[in-house]
Structures are given as C-alpha cells and as structure tokens.
Design a protein. Sequence first.
Length: 60
Amino acid sequence: MKVWVDKSKCIGCGVCTALCPEGFEIGEDGKSQVKNPNANCNWKEIASNCPVGAIQIEED
Ligand code: SF4
C-alpha cells in the first residue's frame, strides 16, 4: 500500500495530523505530508476524513 498527500488539494487543516501524528506532519509549505508510511495509522479512515480528499491511497 502506498499513501501520499496531494499537495495541490491539501488546505493544511490538520485533521490528518491530529488523527495520526505519527504518520503525518505539516510541512514548511503549510501542507500535510506523510512522515512515516509505516506508522500504525488507520489510513483509509483518515483519508475519508480529509475534507478535500487530498490523501491518496494506492493498494499494492
Ligand atoms: S486532512 Fe487533508 S486537507 Fe487537512 S491537512 Fe490533512 S491532507 Fe491536508
């Protein structure tokens, strides 16, 4: 599974970082990025909570 943030969509709201601080961080550009793809996050649930659908998941 691959997970990444589409920065062109992200509005930096912080929902994903609040739900899984081990997995996401807000970068210097004020937008979220995946910090640790191996973190024990519920990636799909977090993606469904992103208000702009910026969290992308690709199954292997
Ligand atoms: S929840 Fe979505 S819009 Fe908000 S910071 Fe995370 S990726 Fe960006």
